[in-house]
Design a protein. Structure first.
Length: 144
């Protein structure tokens, strides 16, 4: 008996769209609902969460899992370092995930739908840029 693997999200793009929408709404609403003291915890949480999509897809296909796990572990560890050491690690992890999205769009790792990789890139770069500006303002760095 042969076991064939089916891509979970590639074949269920409505599910992917729904989960992506909930992710972005959750990101925005959590920052709006909680005090500023929680900014880095929220950012780290969402940074960790964003790393599971590609691992799940790789596991469902039975290919590329090792690479996807290594990338995810590196980005998750960087986010955790952000909570323990300095917020710039969280920002770097989110931005690096955006770079991974572009690499995936160009064919790296588990194959994924292009509207998602490009959309995720935009969210990651926008979010990391917003967090960088926030950090810059909160740290009292000179503005010019």
């Amino acid at each position: 008996m042969t076991h064939t693997h089916t891509a979970l999200f590639h074949t269920r793009q409505q599910l992917l769209l729904g989960l992506s929408t909930l992710y972005v709404l959750g990101l925005i609403l959590s920052h709006a609902a909680f005090p500023a003291i929680h900014v880095w915890i929220i950012a780290a949480f969402f940074s960790v969460a964003m790393n599971f999509t590609y691992m799940v897809e790789a596991a469902s296909l039975g290919r590329w899992l090792r690479l996807e796990v290594w990338i995810a572990v590196a980005l998750i560890a960087t986010s955790v370092l952000g909570l323990l050491l300095h917020p710039l690690f969280v920002i770097a992890a989110i931005f690096a995930h955006g770079l991974w999205d572009i690499a995936k769009h160009r064919g790296a790792g588990v194959p994924f739908v292009s509207w998602y990789t490009l959309g995720c890139f935009v969210v990651d770069v926008t979010y990391s840029g917003t967090l960088l500006v926030y950090w810059w303002q909160q740290s009292g760095m000179p503005k010019g």
